[in-house]
Ligand binder design. Structure first.
Ligand code: ATP
Length: 230
């Protein structure tokens, strides 16, 4: 099995996320992408807009009927609200896989640019192969300058479906990074939340079932102003 972990806030999951996962499946011949909402994103803290349960439910709706995409609760809340580190999650996942299986980590270019701040970043980047989805406004040069200290780029090769980077450290540990440069998914969850808060339906960027979940659970509405009178 060739399987990718695709973590994120998914607040809410949108068509851009699905397009990226689909492109990764096609271009890297993946069997499965685990779409995993994170309970406590270490860099963003716990100040998400929707609960983990709502985000997981929306991801389940977003991936329904999408071949190869599975919602995963592997990044469910930890005891005491501890942060969910991707390094720990990938280690747990790798223990669940059998020797011929290949594990990938899929993320967008904007997330990858923060990788130096991630827990165990140099070890993480060489723990498995990475797939980085290009995002409007992010360049190849930015990606290469984001590699953590101790990880060297031993060469890059442009292929039809991706640009392949060979990464290694001085101890000879190595991994590959596949950049999918031309996805151009100009969709952002932050903008979707802002539009929903203003009453826009966001039909074109959300799966209908996700839009319905947001409506029926009254998510992303502006705080109702309190009208308490004594
Ligand atoms: P926000 O707009 O609030 O930052 P987001 O959709 O970017 O939201 P996440 O839900 O955490 O944030 O995204 C999950 C993963 O999908 C991240 O790795 C992110 O980089 C990637 N991603 C999200 N949208 C896009 C996009 N339009 N193009 C490429 N990658 C994306």
């Amino acid at each position: 099995m060739r399987i990718a972990f695709f973590g994120g806030t998914f607040d809410p999951p949108h068509r851009g996320h699905i397009a990226i996962a689909r492109a990764a499946i096609t271009r890297l011949a993946l069997d499965q992408v685990l779409v995993a909402p994170v309970a406590t994103q270490p860099l963003k803290g716990g100040s998400g807009h929707s609960s983990f349960a709502d985000r997981l439910a929306m991801v389940q709706l977003a991936v329904a009927g999408e071949p190869g995409l599975t919602a995963s609760s592997i990044d469910a809340p930890l005891l005491g609200g501890k942060p969910n580190y991707t390094f720990d999650t990938l280690q747990r996942l790798s223990h669940l896989l059998a020797p011929p299986d290949v594990l990938f980590c899929l993320l967008g270019a904007d997330s990858f640019l923060t990788i130096k701040q991630w827990h165990q970043s140099a070890e993480l980047l060489l723990f498995c192969d990475f797939i980085v989805a290009g995002r409007p406004g992010f360049s190849l040069q930015q990606i290469t300058s984001a590699f953590p200290k101790g990880v060297e780029n031993r060469g890059e090769r442009r292929e039809a479906a991706f640009t392949r980077f060979s990464l290694a450290n001085r101890s000879g540990q190595s991994a590959e990074l596949f950049l999918l440069p031309d996805l151009d998914q100009d969709i952002s969850a932050t903008e979707i939340r802002a539009a929903l808060a203003e009453g826009s339906e966001q039909q074109t960027v959300l799966a209908p079932a996700v839009a319905e979940y947001i409506r029926s659970h009254a998510l992303y509405r502006p705080e109702a102003s309190s009208s308490f009178t004594a």
